[in-house]
Design a protein around this ligand. Structure first.
Ligand SMILES: [Zn+2]
Length: 918
């Protein structure tokens, strides 16, 4: 996800106009028809006649259909008057249904699936029996199937409630398949009518191969320590894989209960969403596992696995059985995941105020898996690296990764599984919400790690004090040296040298020797750098002409903002995913060309994965702000027509911006009201489906209707981009105005491209520091326009977006002149020295210097920094924290253009390259 944290991801398409892309469902069509009727008498008359005809038809039908349902009768029944171009089934017949969405005429109630997988021949056969009710008169049933050979298709009349009555049989006249839409059409010999008491049972027998395709029911395998290959039959159904395992109504809004029976060899086990009910003997010495019936759920959340895994088990306080499954050789690596799952599940029970609704939760490691993990209800599947933790061998960041992914998937067990989006266009909310709540869940895994510690603090806490005192596990300081080609400044080679691992607790001290003065080589960056993927093996000698040929090494990705760099330490992972602290400087230096720079990077796995409040700001929020400032961005929420598009268009906007705007919402509503609203939404729609507006409505109610959540959030989810709030001082007021922020300053925005004219409802949180040393904080709304903040005393500084909860940028350009700005820097450093403000506040202020262009404030800042840098010298000596400070200051003064420091840096680099001195 983030990135590969994500289970299958979702995202809406590119087109903002819902109706042009998303053909209305039958229900919507009905609504539109009814509305238009009122407009003209002729239409009213026509409709009266129309409804009368329908009423007559309905009178012959059984009771129970709504007037809308009656309209459906005509709309959904196949007619020869096809307005679009005909489409043809595999046998050449006209296929009677053209919409990619299923008709609203037949609704599944329950599935009974029998599967007989042959793990040697890699085939499976099965039978599905689907009980369904008829919602509108029809002789056509359309459902999904893909890559299955159907051998029998039957439809039987059944009694749903009350005493069973004998009814005449239904004959399937023909069944047709249309590959492109993955649909099966069953045409019956007679019409089926809506009824509360009776319905139908669809019985389909089928068979297929089990192949390694990572979707549907597919083949995975692993090697035992003795080298034997063992097969695993497993599933990945989100978004449209269920139809590849058994024919079904494969839309998230069509929830049903599921009964499952799986035939297996005695040496195997079978797992399903629900616990085993009983095991019976079957043919040829095999057995069949029959599982308990599931709760009402969507098809994409069904899962089953056949394998020979072992497990470790535990129980939550409320009695839910939790188990983690892995291959026997790896079963000693599941203890941490088991502990995390139990801890997080218990926490979410309290957080959501709804108990986890299933009797068991299994987590299972799957060797071949397309995503990071998948939140199947009660049977969560994980890529091995997202669930296995080997004490002593896995890195700390691996451990934290496991906690984060488990917390993400378990958040979905309520938000997504219990209440499910009606259709895929609202899945951004699922993913955005889980991506935010995972921070809360991970925080509970080990409170001593203070994962949310930074939630109310600012970035400057990444100072030496914070490293010393706040339980950072390890800080690794490295230097990066790159050579660029002269034409387009693509790095042709980068070398990373590990300078120091700084421990701050006893447990990690024994790790130091292995990390000390170790060289790490980075391969070629830039255009060719993404080849291979995580875990690929490169010959570093070939990639990097500046370093001696070494053995073949395993390379792992080091994520830094949009770029990807690869890091290795001779096959042992130092940290799987990390962050280059000075990334912006990296980019700046890139422009200077060949053999460019020396800078220092900081990698801190604890900071990244456990101090999540802070991680959110520096990673998720900043990444979303960066992507969404481009003209080519798109709104979070846009229509999805074809579910196949979902994976392709899921990106950082839906994922990171989704989580960021949810975090902003939680902040302006207040944490308690936010969670109250979530609980009430889950209660209201449990075992059902909802749309985003349903959640906004629940949250508005819990705010006492003081905030129109829908009106506010629509401006953030239905239009792309975000605002920059300009702060201008005018007398004793600050005037706040907004406009869309674009990273390309020359780009223009046409306000009529957006439904809200690129204006937002902005919760502007701020803090003011007065000249007398006192401070005050507050919040004002910019309701698609401007706002004012009045102050009564002389102000030293104002900081907007206080706490970095908002999804916007702040421009203070018109508040202070260059003279004021250098004065402010001087004031705040002197105030800090006098103990009137925190040092962190003073350091915080220097962050704006990235954008400073005026001589005066930059010179003043250099004057502050230069004496410290000089006293620290260029010698790589002293205490670890002193070295860390030196590396940061050196890179700062170089970036600020200090001639002496740049010259010295280049000279040292040349010496290292040519004489190997350092
Ligand atoms: Zn997710």
């Amino acid at each position: 996800m983030a990135d590969d944290i994500e289970d299958v991801s979702f995202l809406p398409g590119e087109n903002l106009n819902r109706k042009s892309v998303y053909e209305p469902s039958v229900k919507q069509r009905c609504k539109q028809l009814v509305c238009s009727k009122a407009r003209a008498t002729a239409i009213v008359v026509f409709c009266a006649v129309f409804i009368l005809i329908i009423a007559i038809i309905a009178a012959f039908a059984r009771s129970g259909s709504s007037s809308c349902g009656k309209l459906n009768t005509v709309l959904a029944t196949p007619t020869p008057n096809i307005t679009k171009e005909d489409i043809y089934a595999t046998n050449g017949d006209i296929f009677p249904w053209q919409d990619i969405r299923l008709p609203d005429t037949v609704e599944p109630i329950s599935y009974d699936v029998f599967l007989d997988p042959d793990m040697k021949a890699l085939k499976f056969s099965g039978t599905v029996k689907i009980k369904a009710k008829i919602k509108a008169t029809t002789s056509l049933i359309v459902l999904h199937t893909k890559n299955l050979t159907l051998t029998t298709v039957l439809v039987k009349p059944i009694t749903l409630t009350g005493p069973s009555t004998k009814r005449s049989p239904i004959v399937v006249e023909k069944h047709l398949e249309f590959f492109k839409n993955e649909q099966l059409a069953i045409l019956t010999d007679r019409k089926m009518y809506p009824s509360a008491r009776t319905g139908i049972e669809i019985i389909i027998k089928f068979n297929a191969n089990i192949v390694s395709k990572l979707a549907g029911f597919y083949l995975s395998s692993y090697k035992t320590k003795s080298g034997e290959i063992r097969h695993i039959g497993t599933t990945q159904f989100q978004p449209t894989g269920a139809r590849q395992a058994f024919p079904c109504f494969d839309e998230p809004g069509l929830k049903s209960t599921f009964k499952m029976s799986i035939v297996r060899d005695k040496k195997h086990i079978a797992l399903f969403n629900m616990p085993l009910n009983k095991t019976e003997d079957y043919k040829n010495g095999r057995v069949v596992d029959r599982f308990q019936e599931s709760v009402k759920m969507s098809t994409y959340l069904v899962a089953f696995v056949v394998c020979d895994y072992k497990s470790k088990k535990g129980k939550t306080k409320s009695g839910v059985d939790v188990a983690v499954y892995a291959a026997e050789d790896q079963i000693d690596q599941v203890d941490f995941a088991l502990k995390v799952a139990i801890t997080v599940l218990e926490y979410y029970d309290d957080l959501y105020e709804i108990k986890y609704p299933l009797p068991k939760l299994d987590l299972i490691a799957i060797p071949d898996f397309s995503a990071g993990a998948m939140e199947n209800w009660g049977l969560v599947t994980y890529r091995e690296s997202a669930v296995l933790y080997h004490p002593g061998e896995s890195s700390d960041s691996d451990k934290q990764w496991v906690a984060v992914v488990i917390a993400h998937e378990l958040a979905h067990q309520w938000f997504g599984n219990l209440v499910t989006p009606q259709w895929w266009d609202d899945t951004w909310l699922n993913e955005g919400f889980a991506s935010y709540v995972q921070y809360l869940g991970t925080d509970k895994v080990d409170p001593t790690l203070k994962m949310m510690y930074f939630e109310n603090e600012t970035y400057s806490d990444l100072s030496r004090d914070s490293i010393q005192n706040k339980n950072f596990n390890r800080t690794i300081v490295i230097s990066v040296m790159c050579q660029f080609n002269q034409l387009d400044y693509v790095p042709t080679c980068c070398i990373v040298k590990l300078i120091r691992a700084v421990p701050s607790n006893k447990q990690s001290e024994h790790d130091i020797p292995s990390y000390f003065h170790l060289f790490i080589y980075i391969g070629r960056c830039g255009v060719n750098f993404g080849q291979g993927g995580a875990g690929s093996t490169y010959d570093m000698g070939e990639l990097s002409p500046l370093v001696p040929l070494t053995t073949s090494m395993k390379i792992f990705p080091l994520t830094c903002s949009e770029d990807t760099v690869w890091i290795t330490d001779y096959g042992k992972v130092i940290t799987r995913k990390s962050y280059i602290y000075k990334y912006e400087e990296y980019n700046q230096h890139k422009e200077r060309g060949r053999v460019a720079f020396i800078t220092y990077c900081k990698i801190d796995s604890q900071f990244l994965y456990f101090n999540n409040g802070e991680q959110f700001i520096c990673k998720t929020l900043q990444r979303a702000l960066s992507r969404d400032s481009q003209k080519t961005s798109h709104p979070i929420q846009v229509p999805v027509h074809n579910p196949d598009d979902i994976n392709e268009i899921f990106d950082t906007i839906s994922y990171d911006k989704g989580a960021s705007v949810i975090r902003m919402l939680r902040e302006f509503l207040g944490k308690e009201k936010f969670m109250d609203g979530i609980t009430s939404y889950l209660q209201q729609y449990k075992y059902g489906n909802a749309v985003t507006a349903d959640l906004w409505s629940a949250l508005s109610k819990k705010s006492g209707n003081t905030v129109d959540v829908k009106a506010v959030m629509d401006t953030w989810t239905l239009q792309m981009g975000y605002p920059v709030v300009s702060v201008k001082k005018s007398g004793n007021k600050f005037i706040l105005t907004q406009e869309r922020f674009l990273s390309d300053g020359s780009a223009t925005t046409k306000s009529d491209e957006s439904p809200f004219g690129y204006k937002w409802h902005i919760p502007f949180r701020y803090t003011v520091l007065y000249k007398d040393g006192s401070t005050s904080t507050g919040m004002v709304w910019l309701h698609k326009g401007s706002a004012e903040i009045s102050v009564t005393k002389d102000v030293t500084l104002i900081k907007g977006n206080y706490g970095m909860y908002g999804f916007y940028r702040v421009n203070y350009e018109e508040v202070f002149s260059p003279g004021d700005r250098s004065g402010l820097i001087a004031d705040v450093f002197n105030l800090a020295r006098a103990g009137l403000v925190k040092h962190t506040t003073a350091l915080d202020m220097t962050k704006y210097l990235k954008k400073e262009e005026e001589l005066c404030p930059l010179t003043y800042t250099l004057n502050l920094v230069k004496p410290i840098q000089t006293s620290l010298t260029w010698n790589d000596s002293g205490e670890p924290l002193q070295k860390y400070l030196r590396s940061n200051l050196l890179s700062e003064v170089i970036i600020l253009g200090d001639g002496d420091a740049t010259k010295k840096g280049r000279q040292l680099y040349d010496d290292w390259m040519t004489k190997n001195t350092r």
